[in-house]
Design a protein around this ligand. Structure first.
Ligand SMILES: Cc1cc2nc3c(=O)[nH]c(=O)nc-3n(C[C@H](O)[C@H](O)[C@H](O)COP(=O)(O)OP(=O)(O)OC[C@H]3O[C@@H](n4cnc5c(N)ncnc54)[C@H](O)[C@@H]3O)c2cc1C
Length: 331
C-alpha cells in the first residue's frame, strides 16, 4: 500500500474541499469494506483518503417531501431495520441477499452504489477495460461472469452494485456534492452510471472531488417491488445475475413498470422492452415469462457466459411474480 493523507471532515462542505485538493486525486472512505482492498492492491492510489463517516448529515433515514431521504453513509443493517423503508421491498430484498452480518453492519449504501467492478482482470491490475495490445483479455479469456448486455464496446465487466437495480426500480434519485464546497446536484440514479470507452472515464459520472451525499426515494405508495438474485451458493457472494421490478397495477392491469437487471451489463440495465410489453396487460406467469424473454432479446453473450441469458430471463420473471405476491408455486 502506498502512503496517503487521511482526513476526517465534519461537514459536507469540508469534505468537498478536502476531496477537491490534489487535483481530485483523492478517495472517499465509507465503510471501507472494499476501499481498503483496493488500496492494499494499489488498484487505487489516492494522495488523500477522506473518511465520510465523521459527517453526521450523511447518516440516517429521514422523511422527505414525498418519500424518504437516505444518507449515503447509512449502514446496510440500519436501512433494513428502519420503519420508513418498510414499503421499499426491492431495496430490502437486496440487503437481505448479503449473507454476512459483518458486511451489513460495516457496508454503506453509498459504498455499494460506487463499488468498483469485481471483474478479476480489473482486480488483478489489468485496468477496467482489461485491454492488452489492443485486444480485450475478457473477450478471449475467462468471461463466465461478465456482461451479456451492453458489451459491444471495450467494457465487458458487470456493474457490481447490489442496490442500484432495486433503487432504480423504485425511481430513486441521487444527490451529488462537490467539487466546490457549495456545489450540489440531484439526478435520477439511472443516469449516474456510465459504460466507459476509456480507462479514465470510470464507471460513474462522478468527477474528481464529487461524492454521493443522499439517495432520495419517492413515495412507495401503490408500487409493488422485489429484487430476485440468482446466487451460485447460499454464502457471501455477488449474484450471477439479479433483477428488480417496481410495478403499479390498476384494475388488474399493469399501469406502470420498471424492470432493471443487475450484474448483466456494465451498468444497471433497464429493460425498457420488457416494461413496454407488460404495460396495459395483466401480470401473470405467462406475461412475466414474456417480459423475461423480452429483457434478454438483445443479449450478446461472450464465449463462456451464454448460460446467463436464460438466468436473466428467469430472474426478471421471478422478480415480477415476487413483487406481486405470485412467486410461490411459480418457481
Ligand atoms: C470480503 C468481502 C466480501 C464481500 N462480499 C460481498 C458480497 O458477496 N455481496 C455484496 O453485495 N457485498 C459484498 N461485500 C460488501 C461490499 O464491499 C459492499 O458493496 C459495501 O456496501 C461497500 O460499502 P462500503 O461502505 O464498505 O464502501 P467502501 O469500501 O468504503 O467504498 C467502496 C467504493 O465506493 C467509493 N465510495 C464510498 N462511498 C462513497 C460516496 N458516498 N460517494 C462516492 N464514492 C463513494 C469508495 O471510494 C470506494 O471506491 C463484501 C465485502 C468484503 C470485505
Amino acid at each position: 500500500m502506498r502512503p496517503f493523507e487521511y482526513a476526517s471532515p465534519e461537514t459536507e462542505a469540508e469534505a468537498a474541499d478536502l476531496l477537491a485538493d490534489h487535483d481530485g486525486n483523492t478517495a472517499v472512505l465509507a465503510g471501507g469494506t472494499d476501499l481498503l482492498t483496493l488500496l492494499k492492491r494499489d488498484l487505487v492510489t489516492p494522495q488523500r483518503v477522506v473518511d465520510l463517516k465523521t459527517v453526521p448529515s450523511l447518516v440516517g433515514v429521514t422523511p422527505d417531501i414525498d418519500g424518504v431521504r437516505i444518507g449515503a453513509l447509512t449502514p446496510l443493517d440500519e436501512l433494513q431495520q428502519n420503519p420508513l423503508l418498510a414499503g421499499y421491498q426491492s431495496l430490502l430484498d437486496a440487503i437481505d441477499g448479503i449473507r454476512s452480518v459483518q458486511i451489513q453492519s460495516m457496508g454503506t449504501v453509498g459504498g455499494d452504489l460506487c463499488h468498483l467492478p469485481n471483474c478479476w482482470y480489473f482486480r488483478s491490475g489489468h485496468g477496467l477495460l482489461a485491454m492488452e495490445n489492443g485486444e480485450s483479455l475478457v473477450e478471449t479469456g475467462e468471461n463466465r461472469y461478465h456482461a451479456i448486455l451492453g458489451n459491444h464496446g471495450p467494457a465487458k465487466f458487470v456493474s457490481a452494485s447490489r442496490f442500484a437495480p432495486g433503487l432504480i426500480s423504485l425511481g430513486a434519485r441521487v444527490r451529488i456534492a462537490g467539487p466546490g464546497a457549495d456545489d450540489a446536484e440531484t439526478i435520477p440514479l439511472e443516469y449516474f452510471y456510465i459504460t466507459p470507452r476509456t480507462e479514465r472515464q470510470g464507471v460513474t459520472i462522478l468527477r474528481p472531488g464529487q461524492f454521493i451525499t443522499h439517495i432520495l426515494l419517492p413515495s412507495a405508495a401503490g408500487i409493488q417491488s422485489a429484487t430476485y438474485d440468482v446466487l451460485a451458493s447460499e454464502g457471501l457472494d455477488w449474484p450471477l445475475v439479479s433483477a428488480a421490478a417496481g410495478v403499479q397495477v390498476e384494475g388488474g392491469l399493469v399501469r406502470d413498470c420498471r424492470i432493471v437487471l443487475g450484474h448483466a451489463a456494465p451498468v444497471p440495465w433497464i429493460a425498457h422492452e420488457a416494461a413496454r410489453l407488460l404495460t396495459g396487460r395483466p401480470l401473470n406467469e405467462e406475461t412475466a415469462a414474456a417480459a423475461g424473454a423480452a429483457a434478454v432479446a438483445a443479449a450478446t453473450p461472450l464465449s463462456r457466459n451464454g448460460y446467463k441469458v436464460q438466468m436473466a430471463a428467469v430472474a426478471v420473471k421471478r422478480a415480477l411474480l415476487k413483487a406481486t405476491g405470485q412467486l410461490e408455486g411459480g418457481l
